[in-house]
Design a protein around this ligand. Structure first.
Ligand code: SF4
Length: 637
């Protein structure tokens, strides 16, 4: 039956089209039926990439799930069509839809753990997918599976391993292998490389490019990484609050974005050229599903909003080579140039005041790390005796000065996070830490008791994933007060309350946030809470472990501005662990590149980024996607 299905309606390789017309998706909740995707239309041609971009909560992932007819409980498509080579998928009985999933349209989900079966080896799962969709069985299917595991750069032996033995990035690659091994014509890839190191990301994207050339793979790339999009996609579809607001060829989009939201997004991206000025953050956040008012959904954040934007919803107007949902593109209107939006998004005077404050380059070091080595114990036997140590960090030495940012870059497993955790005293029990970390001359590793508690207030950490670090049983106000009470007991209740309210405002939390629970917030808002909590005790040194990698571009800009502002005001030193070279270029004064637990190159940020000397630094930087702005004759009309 499956083979028959495949034979029917399948276009010649590379000539098909997946068309979405006026797609409306709703989710039924206790509060009523909420529109999550509104009148969305786009077309995916084989061999081409359409990037679906926009902030969290805009409806990107739901759109992909709707195309696959895999909406979560309560979700339903209430209008529109999804045509695969002319056949409406939404009208097919489930029995006819099932074989199309995987074989004609594959999907890579954001969270690999949910897509891999924990009781089957990785190899068995890839073989199962191949045998279900391709005329290959037994040894031939196994050989094909091994080939795919190699193509996604998984180590030898991955075939026989269970998912729980793999790292997050390896699981993601296993899932990519499983989906690609069935040779789909279209791939819906939801943040496919977010969990991967840049060098592996570059390999996976090259693999996808190869499949586009060889097999005409049509790719719907859902991502928040605009640099990745600029170098890869032919079309960009920008979503905002459930609606497409701009659909344009990638060159035109990046050269001259038309919608004010698109213009603001690109202005909010950090890079080295903007390092002397605050980023143009977009105020506010995407309206929630129940907060969507009539008219333009971007109006509360738009620098060009006017009464006519209040209602009705602006039409999605076709222009020359692109479509834009904005009254400024109505016939006769004069659309804004990106420069107009840049001017309207100028930072506040307080933010502007940051510019020009010289960092304290020549000051006495705040922190001196000398010959830091961190070894994790290897245990054996019934008594779990320690028989040796695996060195995760070896002989690291560097200085950090007040008001300066040292970026630690390198791939997963290079020892960046271990270094940060060791400095903030989080590895005392789990690892053997040797060397010294002198904070204002006092060796943190030698402290005990009250002295250690005091030192902990001086050096705080913000993690990439705030989910695990926020106590779910405390309201936000209590979370922020908790650290204050423990580490700054001299503050009275009123001072604590004022400080907590000021912190919430500083990190952009809504007014009612303090009385809410952590689970009520989005990932980005939880990260703001985590940053506020770390800052509450007025540390001198902040270890930031990928603090903005889970955030949307506009929120990232707000957080980076906030971190810069605090650094300038308070002379904070940041040890900034990141893989985002744009952030490094924007924020860092010095860069240390780590590989295999050692620093292989260290120097002023400009020098390391512009003229890397070590071969590893060169290959790392070469793999980083850059925002490609190509000249085009097709500006906004
Ligand atoms: Fe801004 Fe009005 Fe255009 Fe919406 S319709 S993006 S509020 S100018």
């Amino acid at each position: 039956m499956a083979d028959q299905e495949r034979a029917q309606g399948r276009s010649a390789r590379g000539q098909g089209r997946l068309e979405v017309q006026d797609l409306d998706v709703r989710i039924d909740t206790d509060a009523g039926s909420l529109a999550v995707v509104d009148a969305l239309s786009l077309a995916l041609t084989q061999g081409q990439t359409v990037a679906l971009v926009g902030e969290s909560g805009c409806g990107k992932s739901i759109t992909a799930l709707a195309l696959m007819r895999l909406l979560p409980e309560g979700g339903r498509v209430v209008g529109g069509q999804v045509k695969l080579d002319g056949q409406d998928l939404l009208a097919l009985p489930e029995a006819r839809m099932r074989p199309l999933r995987g074989r004609r349209i594959g999907m890579i989900f954001q969270e690999p753990a949910t897509s891999l079966d924990p009781v089957m080896t990785v190899g068995e799962q890839v073989v199962e997918a191949i045998e279900r969709h391709l005329p290959l069985h037994g040894a031939a299917a196994r050989e094909r599976a091994r080939q795919w595991l190699r193509r996604v750069e998984l180590p030898e032996g991955a075939f026989e391993r269970y998912p729980f033995t793999l790292s997050g990035g390896q699981k993601q690659r296993a899932m990519i292998a499983m989906v690609l091994a069935t040779e789909p014509d279209y791939l819906l890839a939801d943040e496919p490389t977010t969990a991967l190191d840049v060098t592996v990301q570059a390999q996976i994207m090259e693999l996808l490019r190869e499949l586009q050339r060889e097999q005409g793979l049509g790719l719907l790339l859902i991502t928040h990484d605009l640099a990745l999009v600029s170098g890869f996609a032919q079309q960009v579809a920008l979503m905002y609050a459930g609606q497409l607001v701009e659909l344009a060829p990638a060159e035109a989009f990046f050269h001259a974005p038309a919608h004010p939201y698109a213009q603001a997004l690109l202005r909010a991206l950090p890079d080295a050229r903007r390092r002397d000025e605050p980023l143009a953050a977009i105020a506010g956040s995407v309206p929630g599903l129940s907060e969507r008012l009539p008219g333009c959904r971007f109006k509360s954040r738009c620098p060009h909003a006017m009464p006519v934007c209040g209602e009705p919803v602006p039409l999605f107007r076709p222009g020359k080579g692109r479509q834009v949902r904005c009254v400024l593109y109505a016939p006769g209107a004069v659309p804004p140039s990106p420069g107009d939006t840049a001017a309207a998004l100028q930072p506040s005077s307080a933010q502007r005041a940051l510019k020009g404050v010289p960092p304290a380059a020549g000051s006495v070091p705040l922190l001196q790390v000398k010959n830091l080595s961190v070894g994790f114990p290897v245990r054996k036997g019934l008594l779990r005796r320690v028989v040796g140590h695996v060195e995760a960090v070896r002989e690291l030495s560097f200085d950090m000065r007040p008001g300066r940012t040292l970026a630690l870059v390198g791939e997963s497993g290079s020892g960046k996070t271990t270094t940060g955790k060791a400095i903030v005293q989080l590895l005392r029990r789990q690892a053997r830490v040797r060397g010294q970390a002198l904070l204002e001359g006092v060796d943190l590793f030698a402290l005990e008791g009250d002295a250690l508690r005091e030192a902990r207030a001086q050096a705080q950490i913000v993690f990439q994933d705030p989910f695990g670090s926020l106590n779910p049983r405390l309201r936000v106000a209590e979370l922020l007060e908790e650290g204050l009470q423990a580490l700054l007991p001299q503050l009275g209740a009123e001072q604590r309350r004022e400080r907590v309210q000021a912190l919430a405002r500083q990190v952009g939390l809504p007014a009612d946030a303090l009385q809410r629970w952590p689970h009520e917030f989005s990932g980005g808002q939880r990260q703001r809470i985590a940053i506020a909590r770390a800052l509450a005790v007025a540390p001198k040194l902040l270890v930031c472990d990928e603090p903005t990698s889970a955030l949307d571009v506009s929120v990232q800009a707000q957080i980076l501005n906030l971190l810069r502002e605090l650094q300038q005001q308070l002379g904070l030193a940041y040890l900034f662990i990141t893989h985002n070279i744009g952030v490094v270029g924007y924020l860092a004064h010095e860069v240390a590149v780590m590989q295999g637990g050692r620093i292989v190159e260290m120097g002023p940020a400009e020098q390391v980024l512009q003229e890397p000397r070590h071969e590893y630094t060169k290959s790392l930087l070469a793999a980083v996607p850059r925002l490609v702005v190509r000249q085009t004759a097709d500006g906004p009309k």
